[in-house]
Design a protein around this ligand. Structure first.
Ligand code: SF4
Length: 314
């Protein structure tokens, strides 16, 4: 039997971001991560100072060249990608820290600078929902009305008790408020989830997928928890406080989550992409292609696909 999943032209049984971009732009489009010089309220003292327990000191911006201007970072990022995809167009992506955490005038200037970069066909911004002010949402709504935009909200888990243990300093309620602020301005929102947070069961992880399945969320990135050198989590791991996920368990729970998500929700990522030199565990995650293949094989083995058990009408 062929692949029953409608949003695929490469035999994926989920709505891969690469497919969504090909449909939208008619060719290869790649994101170029940028550091706009932001911080985050969980580091500057507004909410907390230590950061989330899993967060590296560069606020997820570890892949970005440490260069002072957006243009220089962008050129360095493009040069790396051009070797792989010489014909690609690009989406500048404010990845490091919280990309809406600044006064509206500064956000306006940074977003305009990014959108004017050569070859840019849109914009992506990663942030925390509690950093989406009304002004930021209105500004992003104006951008969404004229170009391709995605705003990614770090949720990581729908469980407030896990979030507290991870020192997220953000509640599920605050997440919902930020999400609906974006939604009211017509901004396409994505969500980040992390599987394998200490103390979470597979059912907790499925619960996070069920939670976002019922919300106005256009895309999701599912990450594997990485224990990175220098983070609070690394100390807890060294002390034997928790174990990281085995590959079979991760593959199984990702497939469960895909089955629960609406078929039209774009899947931006199904593994982590942490800085290889700082990775303590799980080391199997370095072999990303193998993990993705195992997910494809497990969906085929189950004769399943994204949305098979989603209760929301797509
Ligand atoms: S909110 Fe993001 S940038 Fe801030 S500490 Fe947590 S993971 Fe790091």
């Amino acid at each position: 039997m062929g692949n029953p999943f409608p949003f695929s032209d490469d035999n994926k049984r989920y709505h891969a971001y690469a497919y969504a971009l090909r449909q939208r732009f008619g060719g290869r489009v790649a994101r170029v991560p940028l550091d706009g010089g932001f911080t985050c309220p969980n580091r500057d003292g507004a909410k907390g100072t230590g950061g989330c327990a899993f967060c590296s000191g560069r606020g997820s911006g570890d892949q970005i060249a440490a260069l002072p201007s957006l243009r220089a970072q962008y050129d360095a990022g493009r040069a790396k990608l051009a070797a792989k995809w010489p014909d690609a167009r690009y989406i500048p992506y404010f990845q490091a820290f919280s990309g809406t955490y600044a006064p509206a005038a500064r956000l306006r200037a940074l977003y305009a600078e990014a959108l004017a970069l050569p070859g840019a066909v849109g914009l992506a911004v990663a942030t925390r929902a509690d950093c989406v002010t009304e002004e930021a949402a209105a500004l992003l709504g104006g951008i969404a009305a004229r170009t391709h935009l995605t705003v990614e909200l770090g949720l990581q888990t729908a469980s407030d008790s896990t979030a507290r243990r991870m020192n997220r300093c953000e509640t599920r309620q605050a997440f919902l408020e930020g999400l609906y602020r974006l939604h009211a301005h017509g901004v396409p929102a994505w969500v980040h989830l992390i599987n394998g947070l200490p103390g979470e069961t597979a059912e907790d992880m499925r619960g996070s997928a069920r939670f976002i399945a019922g919300l106005p969320v256009q895309g999701v990135k599912i990450h594997l928890l990485h224990v990175l050198r220098g983070t609070p989590l690394a100390a807890a791991y060294a002390a034997g406080g928790f174990e990281t996920m085995a590959r079979e368990d991760y593959v199984s729970v990702v497939c469960d989550q895909l089955e629960l998500l609406p078929p039209g929700m774009v899947i931006g990522r199904l593994t982590g992409d942490g800085p290889a030199g700082d990775l303590i565990a799980p080391l199997w995650s370095r072999r990303k292609r193998e993990a993705l293949n195992a997910i494809d094989q497990e969906l085929a083995r189950r004769d399943s696909w994204q949305g098979k058990f989603c209760r929301k009408i797509p």
